[in-house]
Ligand binder design. Structure first.
Ligand code: DC
Length: 249
């Protein structure tokens, strides 16, 4: 996708922030972009999901906001940021499968809307992004693609490239339904509605991810398949690299 001139420009560290609602294809697109550019991949939604598993295991009820936040500050979370082989663990235990369970999906908003939890996870996310930009655990300092709901606006408003990946509610529901139930028939769509529509409504009380902030490029994937969406995202990165090449001259 990128030509050699662009490639050369992309050798200086690059931070790409991608936000979007559930079912927009954010995670798979971000991972593919990271893979294509040999960047680290940071899934911040996975951090909120791991926090949900952790507080549940600690026996903390989500209604006790202060206790939830206190537990999250003690959470022994580690992540491998390789987009080809990402992992997430609590202590020694891999929780990659657990964090995708229906139960966690249903409960995660109650943890993600706790403002003290957000402050703690934001701090950790910023630390990871700055680390990847400089020395780099996975990327060796090439940079990172970080995806979530508030990366373009709050966590990394200074990112080199900021994208809001959107899609119509209809196509987001159909995608998530296919992913979770293997079909997009009426019953599966109804079962998926809570995960997509209700969760986004809850989440949007603390983050704004439906309208692009100033300087954020909107990429609407409603009419695009997966490969076309990845190519479109890479073109946005490419445009940035070209503009950087012009300003650097
Ligand atoms: O993208 P996801 O479905 O894995 O996100 C899980 C939850 O975390 C979802 O309810 C939104 C929330 N989230 C958030 O509030 N801020 C982020 N940066 C990432 C996710």
């Amino acid at each position: 996708m990128t030509d050699s001139a662009t490639d050369t420009r992309l050798r200086s560290p690059l931070v790409i922030a991608i936000d979007g609602p559930s079912g927009s294809g954010k995670s798979s697109v971000s991972k593919a972009v990271a893979r294509s550019l040999s960047l680290a991949y940071l899934d911040t939604g996975a951090m909120y999901r791991a926090a949900t598993v952790w507080v549940t295991e600690q026996g903390v009820t989500t209604e006790d906001g202060a206790a939830v936040a206190e537990a999250v500050r003690r959470m022994p979370l580690s992540m491998r940021l390789d987009p080809v082989d990402p992992s997430i663990a609590l202590g020694d235990r891999d929780v990659a499968a657990e964090i995708r369970s229906t139960e966690v999906s249903a409960r995660v908003s109650s943890v993600a809307t706790n403002l003290e939890v957000r402050a703690e996870l934001r701090r950790r996310q910023r630390e990871i992004i700055d680390g990847e930009r400089t020395l780099g655990g996975f990327s060796g300092g090439r940079g990172v693609v970080a995806e979530g709901r508030d990366i373009t606006t709050v966590v990394a408003p200074d990112a080199d490239v900021r994208i809001l990946l959107t899609a119509s509610e209809e196509s987001r529901l159909a995608r998530r339904s296919l992913e979770v139930h293997g079909t997009a028939d009426a019953a599966a769509l109804a079962a998926t509605r809570d995960q997509v529509v209700r969760r986004d409504a809850d989440d949007s009380t603390v983050t704004q991810f439906t309208v692009a902030a100033d300087g954020v490029v909107t990429l609407d994937s409603s009419e695009l398949d997966f490969d076309q969406t990845v190519q479109a995202a890479l073109r946005i990165v490419d445009d940035h690299a070209r503009r950087r090449a012009v300003t650097d001259q």
